[in-house]
Design a protein around this ligand. Sequence first.
Ligand code: PPS
Length: 340
Amino acid sequence: MAATSTTTSFTKSHPNVELENEESENLSHECRELLLYLPKEKGWDFPYFYLYQDIWYPPTRIQAIISFQKHFQAKDNDIIIASLPKSGTTWLKALIFAIVNRNRFSPSQHNHPLLISNAHDLVPFFEFNHYGNNQQIPDISDLPEPRIFGTHIPFHSLPDSITKSKCKIIYICRNPFDHFVSFWLFINKVIPPSLPKLSREEALERYSRGANEFGPFWTHMLSYWRESKVMPNNVLFLKYEDLKGDINFYLKIVAEFLGFPFNSEEESNGVIESIIELCSFEKMKELEANKKGEFMQKYENKNFFRKGEVGDWVNHFSPGMQEKLSKVIEDKLGGSGLSF
Ligand code: PPS
């Protein structure tokens, strides 16, 4: 499936005449023109989101995605870690970095890169890092191979260069109840003082309409879910809850899928257990690199590590909220084969 050039509603007769100054700063002419005609919603940690290719984003993200779609050249051995934010991205980035680089960096060595750097610095995102630097086109052709990238973009917006290649894409998905809680708490921590924090009811109302960054969650999840059924050798679909339930089993699945299977010697030498330990929530949360520092000069690294539990949603949902989200899940995912 190829990336389409604009979203569904392109209503020339009703432009968004009042593009905010701070929103249009550093945007290309092409992006500003596009924004004028895209559906617009109140944002969470940005003043507004715009619907681009069926997904809501702030303007800077759209600019980055357009640049990524235009310029990225995939290599067949590229590895792409895809997710909705707050689904286990940081964890999966760490696990995959450790698996793929285990011959360069032993998972038990005291100066392993994951002990001194945040996983997002080792595995940057296309749309925040590589293509998020205003309008500059990055030179990423000579990154060490296999190159490992992260993205929160849905499958249908990935450039042809990726979808028509032999790249390996691993998607991690999370139960929408826990996903919502993690997302809402995180965004409220990073909302700039100029914007109001969202109550959980207000946040859930918007989440249930799909009106959050990278939402609707169902469109995003289903984009990878369907491709994982069509192209199982290229797209592996994982669930956070499954990894929490049996990380040993899933680590082997991931390594095999990526073409880096563990051999019997590694298995008996405890390499799998060392990777699990290195990337465990408890270990990562306590590292200096993750307690301090910021990602993108906006997100404190410590905020990527909260509880790391399955089922924490029960502490945040009223019965009415539970009913509301259950209905959305049933309406949007029912019949797809994707369930939680
Ligand atoms: S982001 O912003 O997209 O990178 O966030 P993401 O990493 O996808 O999700 C953050 C949630 O994942 C939890 N987390 C972990 N769980 C298990 N193991 C490890 N190592 C790990 N690291 C982060 C993190 O605590 C967030 O979940 P909640 O429920 O908020 O605790």
